[in-house]
Design a protein around this ligand. Sequence first.
Ligand SMILES: Cc1cc2nc3c(=O)[nH]c(=O)nc-3n(C[C@H](O)[C@H](O)[C@H](O)COP(=O)(O)O)c2cc1C
Length: 317
Amino acid sequence: MMDWTDRHCRVFHRGLSRRARLYTEMVTTGAVIHGPRERLLGFSPEEHPVAVQLGGSDPRELAEAARIAEGFGYDEVNLNVGCPSDRVQDGRFGACLMREPDLVAEGVAAMKRAVAVPVTVKCRIGVDDQDPEEALFGLAGRALAAGADALIVHARKAWLQGLSPKENRDIPPLDYAIVHRLKAAYPAVPIAINGGIRTMDEARAQLAHVDGVMVGRAAYQEPELLLHVDGLFGEAAPHADAFAAVEAYEPYVAARLAEGVRLASITRHMLGLFTGRPGARAYRRHLATEAVKPGAGLETLRAAVDHVRRAGLEAAA
Ligand SMILES: Cc1cc2nc3c(=O)[nH]c(=O)nc-3n(C[C@H](O)[C@H](O)[C@H](O)COP(=O)(O)O)c2cc1C
C-alpha cells in the first residue's frame, strides 16, 4: 500500500504469519527501469513468499520491469489495474486500464514471456459507468487468455471522476457476489477477493467462494489479525502472541538501526499492534513521541510494549 507499507513492514508482518503472501506497494515500470532499483525493490530473504506489484501499461516496459523484479528474487509479479489516483490516470495505468483489456492482455503476455514466476493481475470490477459484468469478465477473460496465473479482485468499482483515491476505497459499493460468479466461471484459476474484509470470520466466509483473500487496511491497522492466518492452513502461528512476535523482530530492528535507519520508520508500522488491549493507547503514544527522537533504539520499543504488558497484568489482577 503506497505511503503505508515498505520492506520493514513486510518483515514485521512475516513474523506474524508464515503463510500470508505479502505484496509490495505499487512501483511504476518507469521507476523500476530508470530509478534507484535497490531502494525500490530491495527486500529481505525472510519476506518470502513476496510479490512485487507493478504499475504500467507499456508491454515492453512491463516485461523489462518484470524481468528486473524477478532478478531481485520476487515470487510473483502482479499488475495493478485498480489504482484510481490522478497521477496514475495520466500515465495510463492503474484502474483506468479496466477500459483497455486488450492492452492489459498484451502486458500480461509480454511479462509471461519475460519471467518464469507467476504473473497475476489485481483489478476492480469496473470503472465509472462500465457494466461490471462486462468490465470484470471482459478483463479477466482476456488477462487469463494471455496467461495470467491468478486474479485478485477489489470488489468495487473505481470512480475516476470526482472521488479521491481514499474515497475510492470506501464509497463505491462492494459487490462480493460478482467475484464469486467470476470464480464459478473459472473454477481452475486461483481467484482472490479484496475489499472491506476485516476479520478472520469474514475471510473464512469468503473462502467458501474464492481461493484467496487479500486484506489491506485491516492487516496494516490491526496486524495481530495476521497471527490467525496460519491457522487457515492448519498450522500454528509463528509466535504464541504479539509480545513474542515483537521480541523476534528485535534483531531485525537492531540491524536496521545499526545501518542508520531511524526507529520511527520501522515502528510506524507497529502502532496498530495491541489495538483493543489495555495499554494500547499508552503504547502508541510512547512510540509516537519517543521513537522519533534521535538515537531512539530498542529500549524505546521495549518501554512501549511494557505499557501493554503492565496494563494486562493490572487488568488480570
Ligand atoms: C494507503 C493505501 C495505499 C494503497 N496502495 C495500493 C497499492 O499500491 N496497490 C494496490 O493494489 N492497492 C493499494 N491500495 C488498495 C488496497 O490494496 C486495497 O485494495 C483496498 O484498500 C481495499 O482493501 P481493504 O478494505 O482490505 O483495505 C492501497 C490502500 C491504501 C489504504
